[in-house]
Design a protein around this ligand. Structure first.
Ligand SMILES: *Cc1c(COP(=O)(O)O)cnc(C)c1O
Length: 387
């Protein structure tokens, strides 16, 4: 049965029927061995067990995809998908601002397999177009990006790619399937780190790829070889998490919008990066292609604030990597995700020590704001000196 709305799909789509006891939840199939007489060969690494397929079905309905694969991590989804679609001698064009793990994968693995790559110097279409060569096969984007939440126009990118017979891939982790469904803008493959919003409770590591039946079939062949399959217990936990995805993301969107608004009028905050703000350069694109502006935002504190003291003064918010959980977390990208690049590279990207990235949770927005305000107050340098 197909359901019409995301709230209903989150709860009901893909459920494994419990014919015997009529329980409302999917039974957990613990087996790695199945009788094959007169039936399909089921095996976890063939990505076809009932609990794996339940999650895939739910995400397919949310993303309006024909088929998909559930992996044991976001990087397993990203690496297997690319290796499955590429061959030696092929060329890929990447957006400049990418998740750190994806960049590591490109720099460390592509060379070994003889795959070439280029990074677009900006999010402008012309900067992608001028990099296209006869060997180019894929354009890969990530919007909104980490940590500055820049936007790429998905319709424009997919039109450009189709003109040149290229495939388009997107890492849709930051938006989640609730806020953005890139297949509707003509993108070919949607990737997720399900460790983030889809899992949502900071206790699962998983990844997903969804696309057309034909493309998923192609990726499957490599997936069986690389073996990044998830176990059934985890798949069940993910299905359970997905039931509240719609509720969680709706609340995270609202809380992030509130905090972005408050931060943007605070005198000790220099700049706020959130696609929901009219001042954000990607606001109009976000309005066009997203149904919610998301739970991720960044802000730059004024120079009078000691950034280390600020992160140490937080009481409710946790300074922690990862994102998308029900709890609000904060990172200082210059010390975490972007600590391995040089100061000059960070400056070029606009990532100073005063930049903070927030993954907004589902707590009370007022309490979150009070915590940020008290931490800003405590880390005001003039005060630190007088202490
Ligand atoms: C976390 C993350 C990944 C990698 O996912 P893992 O589950 O850690 O392997 C990829 N892309 C983005 C945008 C992420 O935030």
């Amino acid at each position: 049965m197909k359901y019409q709305n995301k709230a209903t799909q989150c709860v009901h789509s893909g459920k494994v029927g419990d014919e015997k006891y009529k329980g409302v939840n999917s039974p957990v199939y613990t087996s790695s061995a199945y009788n094959y007489i007169d039936r399909e060969h089921l095996y976890p690494r063939y990505f076809n067990t009932p609990n794996q397929k339940a999650v895939v079905q739910k995400i397919c309905e949310l993303e309006q995809a024909e088929d998909g694969l559930l992996f044991s991590s976001g990087m397993a989804a990203i690496s297997t998908t690319m290796m499955g679609l590429l061959q030696k001698g092929d060329h890929v064009i990447f957006q400049n601002e990418l998740y750190g793990g994806t960049k590591h994968f490109i720099f460390n693995e592509f060379i070994k397999f003889g795959v070439e790559f280029s990074f677009a110097s900006s999010n402008e279409l012309t900067d992608f177009e001028q990099l296209i060569r006869p060997q180019t096969r894929i354009i890969y984007v990530e919007t909104p990006s980490n940590p500055l939440l820049t936007l790429i126009d998905l319709e424009e990118i997919s039109r450009l790619a189709k003109k040149h017979h290229l495939l388009t891939l997107i890492d849709n982790t930051f938006a989640s399937p609730i806020n953005q469904n890139p297949l509707l803008q003509g993108i070919d493959v949607v990737l997720h780190s399900a460790t983030k919003y889809i899992g949502g409770h900071s206790d699962i590591c998983a990844g997903l790829a969804v696309s057309s039946r034909e493309i998923i079939k192609k990726i499957s062949k490599s997936a069986w070889n690389f073996g990044g399959s998830p176990d059934n217990q985890m798949a069940y936990l993910l299905e359970r998490s997905l039931k509240t995805l719609h509720l969680r993301v709706k609340c995270q969107n609202e809380n992030a919008m509130y905090l972005a608004g408050q931060l943007s009028v605070h005198p000790l905050v220099e700049k706020v990066f959130y696609p929901g703000l009219e001042s954000h350069p990607g606001h109009l694109i976000a309005k066009k292609q997203m149904t919610g502006f998301g739970g991720m935002l960044s802000f730059r504190l004024q120079p009078e604030i000691d950034p280390v003291r600020f992160t140490q003064s937080l009481q409710l918010l946790t300074p922690a990597m990862s994102l998308g959980g029900v709890e609000t977390t904060l990172t200082q990208p210059s010390q975490t995700s972007h600590s391995k690049i040089t100061q000059a590279e960070r400056d070029a990207l606009g990532i100073s020590d005063h930049l903070m990235r927030l993954s907004v949770g589902i707590e009370d927005a007022g309490e979150l704001w009070n915590d940020l305000v008290q931490a800003i107050k405590k880390s005001y340098v003039a005060e630190a000196v007088s202490n």
